[in-house]
Design a protein around this ligand. Structure first.
Ligand code: AMP
Length: 194
């Protein structure tokens, strides 16, 4: 079973993906995590994308599609993939459809985590504050300025995917504002009937 978690930054995609990994043996594919790892290890690609990511803009489709293709090839045998933060544009969505088709795999559900924008901003600012207080690294893009750019990128480039997957009959929307376990219960219910 392969699913996409769709939603703006701070909607809880990563949190829900990690729960699904722990509970269902699925594999989280987060392009944000892959790009951050490339940035930290200082690869050529990592250095190329660093400034774009820190500013909150999207990196090119070509780069993220390449990353996903590599992972799909490397991890074929598992309980399914959770695409987290990918696709984020219509060309990425088309590319994912083609990659899965080529592997004879299906996309079983696209779960949209619906949240309210004001709460989103509070969550992200809270995440940065908590990390700082715990002495953990704060994401370079968890600041008010980058956050505004990230939200605008989401509304301009990613939110059209909601209509795209709705028209394909794959979209299920879940209220992302509840407690983590409540949201997880709703996500589980979607998976169990897909
Ligand atoms: P995330 O951890 O998903 O919030 O991603 C952090 C940053 O990585 C984003 O703000 C983008 O700069 C970049 N990024 C992650 N996934 C993608 C994607 N699918 N397409 C383009 N850029 C991405």
């Amino acid at each position: 079973m392969n699913i996409i978690l769709l939603g703006p930054p701070g909607a809880g995609k990563g949190t829900q993906a990690r729960k699904l990994e722990a509970e269902r043996g699925m594999v989280q594919l987060s392009t944000g995590d892959m790009l951050r790892a490339a940035k930290t290890s200082g690869t050529e690609m990592g250095m190329k994308v660093a400034a774009i990511m820190d500013a909150g803009q999207l990196v090119t489709d070509e780069i993220v599609i390449g990353l996903i293709e590599e992972k799909l090839d490397a991890r074929a045998d598992n309980g399914g993939f959770i695409f987290d933060g990918f696709p984020r544009t219509l060309p990425q969505a088309d590319a994912l459809g083609e990659l899965l088709e080529r592997k004879g795999a299906t996309l079983d559900a696209v779960i949209e985590l619906q949240v309210n924008d004001e709460i989103l901003v509070d969550r992200i600012v809270g995440r940065a504050r908590e990390a700082a207080a715990a002495g953990e690294p704060v994401r370079a893009d968890d600041n008010a300025e980058s956050l505004r750019v990230r939200l605008m990128e989401y509304y301009k480039k990613t939110s059209p995917l909601i209509g795209y997957y709705w028209a394909k009959g794959d979209l299920v929307s879940v209220d992302g504002l509840g407690e983590i376990d409540t949201v997880a219960g709703e996500v589980a219910a979607v998976l169990d009937r897909s």
